[in-house]
Design a protein around this ligand. Sequence first.
Ligand code: CP3
Length: 349
Amino acid sequence: MEKLKNDLLLRACKRKPVDRTPIWIMRQAGRYLPEYRAIREKHDFLTMCKTPELAAEVTIQPVDIIGVDAAIIFSDILVIPEAMGMKLQMIEGDGPVFDNPVRTERVANKLKPIDPSRDLKYVLDAISLTKKELYGRVPLIGFSGAPWTLLTYMVEGQGTKTFSNVKKLIYNNPELAHNLLKKLTTAVAHYLTAQIRAGANAVQIFDTWAGILSPRDYLIFALKYVNQLIAKIKRTDEPVIYFPKGVHYRMRTTADCGADVIGIDWTIDMEKARDKIGKKVAIQGNLDPNVLYAEPSFIKREAKKVLASYGKGTGHIFNLGHGILPDVDPAHAKVLVDYVKDKSKSYHQ
Ligand code: CP3
Protein backbone atom coordinates (compact mmCIF):
# COMPACT_ATOMS: atom_id res chain seq x y z
CA MET A 1 0.00 0.00 0.00
CA GLU A 2 1.23 3.44 -0.86
CA LYS A 3 1.79 5.87 1.98
CA LEU A 4 0.14 9.25 1.48
CA LYS A 5 1.79 12.28 3.07
CA ASN A 6 -1.63 13.85 3.57
CA ASP A 7 -4.48 11.39 4.07
CA LEU A 8 -6.87 13.78 5.87
CA LEU A 9 -9.56 13.41 3.20
CA LEU A 10 -9.55 9.61 3.42
CA ARG A 11 -9.58 9.68 7.22
CA ALA A 12 -12.46 12.17 7.36
CA CYS A 13 -14.44 10.12 4.81
CA LYS A 14 -14.22 7.16 7.22
CA ARG A 15 -14.96 9.41 10.22
CA LYS A 16 -11.56 8.67 11.76
CA PRO A 17 -9.91 11.35 13.93
CA VAL A 18 -8.10 14.17 12.08
CA ASP A 19 -6.21 17.18 13.43
CA ARG A 20 -8.00 19.56 11.04
CA THR A 21 -10.88 19.48 8.52
CA PRO A 22 -9.76 18.59 4.99
CA ILE A 23 -10.84 20.84 2.12
CA TRP A 24 -11.07 20.47 -1.65
CA ILE A 25 -13.20 22.36 -4.16
CA MET A 26 -15.53 20.92 -6.78
CA ARG A 27 -14.34 22.01 -10.24
CA GLN A 28 -11.04 23.09 -8.70
CA ALA A 29 -9.19 22.31 -11.94
CA GLY A 30 -10.69 24.89 -14.25
CA ARG A 31 -11.01 28.28 -15.84
CA TYR A 32 -10.70 30.46 -12.71
CA LEU A 33 -6.98 29.56 -12.72
CA PRO A 34 -4.85 31.57 -15.20
CA GLU A 35 -2.51 28.56 -15.34
CA TYR A 36 -5.46 26.44 -16.61
CA ARG A 37 -6.49 29.07 -19.17
CA ALA A 38 -2.92 29.19 -20.50
CA ILE A 39 -3.09 25.49 -21.41
CA ARG A 40 -6.72 25.70 -22.50
CA GLU A 41 -5.80 28.44 -25.01
CA LYS A 42 -3.69 25.91 -26.88
CA HIS A 43 -5.99 22.85 -26.68
CA ASP A 44 -9.71 22.26 -26.76
CA PHE A 45 -11.38 20.83 -23.68
CA LEU A 46 -11.85 17.27 -24.94
CA THR A 47 -8.26 17.09 -26.20
CA MET A 48 -7.14 18.04 -22.70
CA CYS A 49 -9.28 15.27 -21.22
CA LYS A 50 -7.87 12.76 -23.71
CA THR A 51 -4.19 13.66 -23.34
CA PRO A 52 -2.97 12.18 -20.02
CA GLU A 53 0.01 14.60 -19.75
CA LEU A 54 -2.30 17.63 -20.04
CA ALA A 55 -4.99 16.13 -17.80
CA ALA A 56 -2.38 15.31 -15.12
CA GLU A 57 -0.90 18.80 -15.31
CA VAL A 58 -4.21 20.63 -14.76
CA THR A 59 -5.29 18.10 -12.11
CA ILE A 60 -2.24 19.00 -10.03
CA GLN A 61 -2.48 22.79 -10.53
CA PRO A 62 -4.93 23.48 -7.66
CA VAL A 63 -2.82 21.33 -5.30
CA ASP A 64 0.22 23.52 -6.06
CA ILE A 65 -1.56 26.86 -6.36
CA ILE A 66 -4.48 26.71 -3.91
CA GLY A 67 -3.18 24.08 -1.49
CA VAL A 68 -6.25 21.80 -1.43
CA ASP A 69 -6.11 18.47 0.44
CA ALA A 70 -7.08 16.34 -2.58
CA ALA A 71 -6.76 16.30 -6.34
CA ILE A 72 -9.71 15.34 -8.56
CA ILE A 73 -8.90 13.87 -11.95
CA PHE A 74 -9.47 16.30 -14.80
CA SER A 75 -12.17 14.81 -17.03
CA ASP A 76 -15.91 15.17 -17.48
CA ILE A 77 -19.03 13.21 -16.60
CA LEU A 78 -20.02 13.14 -20.28
CA VAL A 79 -17.17 10.87 -21.37
CA ILE A 80 -19.43 7.89 -20.59
CA PRO A 81 -22.22 8.76 -23.07
CA GLU A 82 -19.48 9.56 -25.57
CA ALA A 83 -17.88 6.14 -25.02
CA MET A 84 -21.34 4.56 -25.51
CA GLY A 85 -21.38 6.07 -28.98
CA MET A 86 -22.96 9.52 -28.62
CA LYS A 87 -21.28 12.40 -30.41
CA LEU A 88 -20.22 14.97 -27.79
CA GLN A 89 -19.41 18.57 -28.67
CA MET A 90 -18.34 21.26 -26.24
CA ILE A 91 -19.67 24.51 -27.65
CA GLU A 92 -17.79 27.59 -26.46
CA GLY A 93 -20.00 29.55 -24.04
CA ASP A 94 -22.89 27.11 -24.42
CA GLY A 95 -21.65 23.96 -22.76
CA PRO A 96 -21.95 20.33 -23.87
CA VAL A 97 -24.23 19.28 -26.74
CA PHE A 98 -25.27 15.85 -28.04
CA ASP A 99 -26.62 16.06 -31.63
CA ASN A 100 -28.76 12.99 -31.44
CA PRO A 101 -30.36 12.79 -27.98
CA VAL A 102 -31.71 9.46 -26.78
CA ARG A 103 -35.50 9.72 -26.79
CA THR A 104 -36.61 6.58 -28.61
CA GLU A 105 -35.92 2.85 -28.47
CA ARG A 106 -34.34 3.08 -31.91
CA VAL A 107 -31.66 5.54 -30.74
CA ALA A 108 -31.27 3.78 -27.36
CA ASN A 109 -30.57 0.46 -29.08
CA LYS A 110 -27.54 1.96 -30.78
CA LEU A 111 -25.80 2.64 -27.46
CA LYS A 112 -22.89 0.27 -26.88
CA PRO A 113 -21.90 -1.33 -23.58
CA ILE A 114 -18.52 0.05 -22.58
CA ASP A 115 -15.25 -1.58 -21.63
CA PRO A 116 -13.42 1.14 -19.65
CA SER A 117 -9.97 -0.39 -20.24
CA ARG A 118 -10.55 0.11 -23.97
CA ASP A 119 -13.07 2.93 -24.37
CA LEU A 120 -11.94 5.14 -21.50
CA LYS A 121 -8.29 4.13 -21.34
CA TYR A 122 -7.26 7.76 -21.58
CA VAL A 123 -8.91 8.50 -18.20
CA LEU A 124 -7.22 5.50 -16.57
CA ASP A 125 -3.86 6.55 -18.05
CA ALA A 126 -4.41 10.10 -16.78
CA ILE A 127 -5.10 8.68 -13.30
CA SER A 128 -1.93 6.53 -13.23
CA LEU A 129 0.19 9.41 -14.52
CA THR A 130 -1.31 11.88 -12.02
CA LYS A 131 -0.66 9.46 -9.16
CA LYS A 132 2.96 9.19 -10.23
CA GLU A 133 3.36 12.96 -10.51
CA LEU A 134 1.65 13.63 -7.17
CA TYR A 135 4.29 11.60 -5.28
CA GLY A 136 1.69 10.78 -2.61
CA ARG A 137 1.26 14.43 -1.60
CA VAL A 138 -2.55 14.19 -1.45
CA PRO A 139 -5.17 11.57 -2.40
CA LEU A 140 -6.57 11.51 -5.94
CA ILE A 141 -10.35 11.46 -6.38
CA GLY A 142 -11.89 9.71 -9.39
CA PHE A 143 -15.46 10.47 -10.43
CA SER A 144 -18.45 9.76 -12.61
CA GLY A 145 -21.90 11.16 -13.20
CA ALA A 146 -24.69 9.22 -11.48
CA PRO A 147 -26.96 7.17 -13.79
CA TRP A 148 -29.84 9.67 -13.42
CA THR A 149 -27.72 12.75 -14.21
CA LEU A 150 -26.12 11.00 -17.20
CA LEU A 151 -29.57 10.00 -18.47
CA THR A 152 -30.71 13.62 -18.15
CA TYR A 153 -27.86 14.84 -20.38
CA MET A 154 -28.34 12.00 -22.87
CA VAL A 155 -32.05 12.71 -23.25
CA GLU A 156 -31.96 16.51 -23.16
CA GLY A 157 -28.92 16.71 -25.46
CA GLN A 158 -28.06 20.16 -24.10
CA GLY A 159 -28.64 22.51 -21.19
CA THR A 160 -32.29 22.98 -20.17
CA LYS A 161 -34.34 24.89 -17.61
CA THR A 162 -37.44 22.67 -17.70
CA PHE A 163 -36.04 19.14 -18.17
CA SER A 164 -39.13 18.42 -20.26
CA ASN A 165 -37.57 15.76 -22.45
CA VAL A 166 -36.25 13.58 -19.67
CA LYS A 167 -39.53 14.04 -17.74
CA LYS A 168 -41.52 13.02 -20.84
CA LEU A 169 -39.39 9.89 -20.98
CA ILE A 170 -39.89 8.87 -17.35
CA TYR A 171 -43.63 9.65 -17.41
CA ASN A 172 -44.50 8.32 -20.89
CA ASN A 173 -42.01 5.50 -21.32
CA PRO A 174 -40.70 4.49 -17.87
CA GLU A 175 -39.66 1.11 -19.22
CA LEU A 176 -37.17 2.66 -21.63
CA ALA A 177 -35.95 5.01 -18.88
CA HIS A 178 -35.33 2.04 -16.55
CA ASN A 179 -33.56 0.07 -19.28
CA LEU A 180 -31.24 2.98 -19.92
CA LEU A 181 -30.63 3.54 -16.20
CA LYS A 182 -29.73 -0.15 -15.85
CA LYS A 183 -27.22 0.09 -18.68
CA LEU A 184 -25.73 3.24 -17.20
CA THR A 185 -25.46 1.67 -13.75
CA THR A 186 -23.41 -1.21 -15.16
CA ALA A 187 -21.23 1.14 -17.21
CA VAL A 188 -20.53 3.47 -14.27
CA ALA A 189 -19.78 0.55 -11.90
CA HIS A 190 -17.18 -0.82 -14.32
CA TYR A 191 -15.79 2.65 -14.91
CA LEU A 192 -15.36 3.53 -11.22
CA THR A 193 -13.89 0.10 -10.47
CA ALA A 194 -11.36 0.70 -13.26
CA GLN A 195 -10.53 4.14 -11.86
CA ILE A 196 -9.84 2.62 -8.44
CA ARG A 197 -7.64 -0.06 -10.03
CA ALA A 198 -5.75 2.69 -11.88
CA GLY A 199 -5.03 4.39 -8.55
CA ALA A 200 -7.97 6.60 -7.53
CA ASN A 201 -8.01 6.78 -3.70
CA ALA A 202 -11.70 7.77 -3.51
CA VAL A 203 -14.52 8.26 -6.01
CA GLN A 204 -17.30 10.82 -6.20
CA ILE A 205 -20.65 10.25 -7.90
CA PHE A 206 -22.07 13.57 -9.17
CA ASP A 207 -25.88 13.58 -9.22
CA THR A 208 -26.20 17.20 -10.31
CA TRP A 209 -29.82 16.82 -11.43
CA ALA A 210 -31.17 14.65 -8.61
CA GLY A 211 -32.97 17.71 -7.20
CA ILE A 212 -35.27 18.19 -10.20
CA LEU A 213 -37.21 15.04 -9.27
CA SER A 214 -40.10 14.76 -6.84
CA PRO A 215 -39.09 12.99 -3.60
CA ARG A 216 -40.81 9.81 -4.81
CA ASP A 217 -39.30 9.88 -8.28
CA TYR A 218 -35.89 10.54 -6.73
CA LEU A 219 -36.14 7.14 -5.01
CA ILE A 220 -37.32 5.38 -8.17
CA PHE A 221 -35.14 6.93 -10.86
CA ALA A 222 -32.05 8.18 -9.02
CA LEU A 223 -31.36 6.61 -5.63
CA LYS A 224 -32.33 3.05 -6.53
CA TYR A 225 -29.62 2.93 -9.19
CA VAL A 226 -27.05 4.63 -6.96
CA ASN A 227 -27.63 1.86 -4.39
CA GLN A 228 -27.02 -0.78 -7.03
CA LEU A 229 -24.07 1.10 -8.44
CA ILE A 230 -22.24 1.47 -5.12
CA ALA A 231 -22.79 -2.21 -4.32
CA LYS A 232 -21.22 -3.11 -7.67
CA ILE A 233 -18.04 -1.03 -7.35
CA LYS A 234 -15.12 -3.31 -6.49
CA ARG A 235 -13.02 -1.60 -3.84
CA THR A 236 -11.01 -2.33 -0.71
CA ASP A 237 -11.31 0.73 1.49
CA GLU A 238 -11.57 3.53 -1.08
CA PRO A 239 -14.38 5.84 0.05
CA VAL A 240 -17.38 6.63 -2.13
CA ILE A 241 -18.85 10.17 -2.04
CA TYR A 242 -22.41 10.64 -3.33
CA PHE A 243 -23.50 14.19 -4.16
CA PRO A 244 -27.25 14.44 -4.92
CA LYS A 245 -27.44 18.19 -5.49
CA GLY A 246 -30.67 19.88 -4.39
CA VAL A 247 -31.99 16.88 -2.46
CA HIS A 248 -33.38 17.97 0.92
CA TYR A 249 -35.79 15.11 1.45
CA ARG A 250 -35.14 11.42 2.12
CA MET A 251 -31.85 12.27 3.78
CA ARG A 252 -31.82 9.13 5.93
CA THR A 253 -32.67 6.88 2.98
CA THR A 254 -29.95 8.62 0.98
CA ALA A 255 -27.44 7.96 3.77
CA ASP A 256 -28.23 4.23 3.45
CA CYS A 257 -27.07 4.12 -0.20
CA GLY A 258 -23.72 2.58 0.71
CA ALA A 259 -21.65 5.74 0.29
CA ASP A 260 -19.17 6.75 3.00
CA VAL A 261 -19.87 10.44 2.41
CA ILE A 262 -22.93 12.46 1.34
CA GLY A 263 -22.31 15.82 -0.31
CA ILE A 264 -24.81 18.62 0.38
CA ASP A 265 -25.34 22.01 -1.22
CA TRP A 266 -25.66 25.38 0.59
CA THR A 267 -29.45 25.32 0.70
CA ILE A 268 -29.33 22.60 3.34
CA ASP A 269 -28.48 23.34 6.95
CA MET A 270 -25.24 21.54 7.85
CA GLU A 271 -26.18 21.11 11.49
CA LYS A 272 -29.53 19.52 10.59
CA ALA A 273 -27.88 17.28 8.03
CA ARG A 274 -25.40 16.10 10.65
CA ASP A 275 -28.24 15.49 13.10
CA LYS A 276 -30.05 13.34 10.59
CA ILE A 277 -27.24 11.35 8.96
CA GLY A 278 -23.97 12.18 10.75
CA LYS A 279 -23.88 8.93 12.71
CA LYS A 280 -23.94 6.91 9.54
CA VAL A 281 -21.88 8.89 7.00
CA ALA A 282 -19.43 11.76 6.70
CA ILE A 283 -20.75 15.01 5.18
CA GLN A 284 -19.14 17.11 2.46
CA GLY A 285 -19.94 20.75 1.83
CA ASN A 286 -21.45 23.27 1.79
CA LEU A 287 -20.36 26.89 1.23
CA ASP A 288 -22.32 28.78 -1.45
CA PRO A 289 -19.84 29.08 -4.40
CA ASN A 290 -20.91 32.72 -4.85
CA VAL A 291 -19.43 33.59 -1.45
CA LEU A 292 -16.03 33.52 -3.19
CA TYR A 293 -17.01 36.73 -5.01
CA ALA A 294 -17.05 38.58 -1.68
CA GLU A 295 -14.11 40.20 0.06
CA PRO A 296 -11.78 38.00 2.17
CA SER A 297 -13.23 39.01 5.54
CA PHE A 298 -16.72 37.97 4.39
CA ILE A 299 -15.40 34.68 2.96
CA LYS A 300 -13.81 33.89 6.33
CA ARG A 301 -16.99 34.72 8.23
CA GLU A 302 -19.07 32.45 6.02
CA ALA A 303 -16.48 29.64 6.19
CA LYS A 304 -16.56 29.92 9.98
CA LYS A 305 -20.34 29.47 9.93
CA VAL A 306 -19.97 26.24 7.94
CA LEU A 307 -17.32 24.90 10.33
CA ALA A 308 -19.38 25.87 13.38
CA SER A 309 -22.54 24.44 11.88
CA TYR A 310 -20.92 21.01 11.51
CA GLY A 311 -19.37 21.46 14.95
CA LYS A 312 -16.70 19.48 16.72
CA GLY A 313 -15.32 16.14 15.67
CA THR A 314 -14.45 14.26 12.52
CA GLY A 315 -16.65 13.40 9.54
CA HIS A 316 -16.68 16.79 7.79
CA ILE A 317 -15.05 17.40 4.42
CA PHE A 318 -15.10 21.11 3.64
CA ASN A 319 -16.16 21.95 0.08
CA LEU A 320 -18.38 24.35 -1.80
CA GLY A 321 -22.00 23.33 -2.28
CA HIS A 322 -21.34 23.12 -6.05
CA GLY A 323 -18.49 23.87 -8.47
CA ILE A 324 -16.30 26.97 -8.24
CA LEU A 325 -17.36 29.59 -10.80
CA PRO A 326 -15.03 30.45 -13.71
CA ASP A 327 -14.65 34.17 -12.88
CA VAL A 328 -13.71 33.77 -9.21
CA ASP A 329 -10.38 35.31 -8.14
CA PRO A 330 -8.00 32.41 -7.32
CA ALA A 331 -6.67 34.49 -4.40
CA HIS A 332 -10.14 34.21 -2.85
CA ALA A 333 -10.11 30.42 -3.19
CA LYS A 334 -6.74 30.47 -1.43
CA VAL A 335 -8.14 32.65 1.38
CA LEU A 336 -10.83 30.02 1.95
CA VAL A 337 -8.41 27.08 1.93
CA ASP A 338 -5.91 28.78 4.26
CA TYR A 339 -8.68 29.79 6.64
CA VAL A 340 -10.18 26.30 6.85
CA LYS A 341 -6.77 24.69 7.30
CA ASP A 342 -5.94 27.00 10.18
CA LYS A 343 -9.25 27.57 11.98
CA SER A 344 -10.66 24.06 11.72
CA LYS A 345 -8.02 22.78 14.16
CA SER A 346 -10.07 23.94 17.15
CA TYR A 347 -12.91 21.64 16.08
CA HIS A 348 -10.70 18.58 16.48
CA GLN A 349 -9.23 19.00 19.96
O1 CP3 B 1 -13.67 19.13 -10.39
C1 CP3 B 1 -12.72 19.17 -11.20
O2 CP3 B 1 -11.89 20.09 -11.21
C2 CP3 B 1 -12.54 18.04 -12.16
C3 CP3 B 1 -13.06 18.28 -13.47
C4 CP3 B 1 -14.53 18.29 -13.77
C5 CP3 B 1 -15.03 18.91 -14.94
N1 CP3 B 1 -16.34 18.59 -15.07
C6 CP3 B 1 -14.23 19.73 -15.86
C7 CP3 B 1 -14.90 20.65 -16.81
C8 CP3 B 1 -15.61 17.65 -13.15
C9 CP3 B 1 -15.66 16.88 -11.84
C10 CP3 B 1 -16.74 17.84 -14.00
C11 CP3 B 1 -18.07 17.25 -13.72
C12 CP3 B 1 -19.23 17.70 -14.50
N2 CP3 B 1 -19.30 17.97 -15.83
C13 CP3 B 1 -20.52 17.82 -13.96
C14 CP3 B 1 -20.91 17.49 -12.54
C15 CP3 B 1 -20.54 18.56 -11.61
C16 CP3 B 1 -21.34 19.79 -11.74
O3 CP3 B 1 -20.73 20.84 -11.97
O4 CP3 B 1 -22.56 19.71 -11.59
C17 CP3 B 1 -21.37 18.24 -14.99
C18 CP3 B 1 -22.83 18.55 -14.87
C19 CP3 B 1 -20.58 18.31 -16.19
C20 CP3 B 1 -21.05 18.67 -17.56
C21 CP3 B 1 -20.34 19.84 -18.09
N3 CP3 B 1 -19.03 19.87 -18.51
C22 CP3 B 1 -20.88 21.12 -18.33
C23 CP3 B 1 -22.31 21.52 -18.02
C24 CP3 B 1 -19.86 21.90 -18.88
C25 CP3 B 1 -19.97 23.28 -19.44
C26 CP3 B 1 -20.28 24.28 -18.43
C27 CP3 B 1 -19.04 25.00 -18.10
O5 CP3 B 1 -18.70 25.05 -16.91
O6 CP3 B 1 -18.46 25.54 -19.05
C28 CP3 B 1 -18.69 21.12 -18.93
C29 CP3 B 1 -17.36 21.55 -19.39
C30 CP3 B 1 -16.26 21.48 -18.38
N4 CP3 B 1 -16.00 20.41 -17.57
C31 CP3 B 1 -15.27 22.48 -18.14
C32 CP3 B 1 -14.40 21.96 -17.15
C33 CP3 B 1 -13.15 22.59 -16.59
C34 CP3 B 1 -15.14 23.81 -18.85
C35 CP3 B 1 -14.47 23.52 -20.17
C36 CP3 B 1 -13.57 24.59 -20.67
O7 CP3 B 1 -12.43 24.69 -20.21
O8 CP3 B 1 -14.02 25.28 -21.59
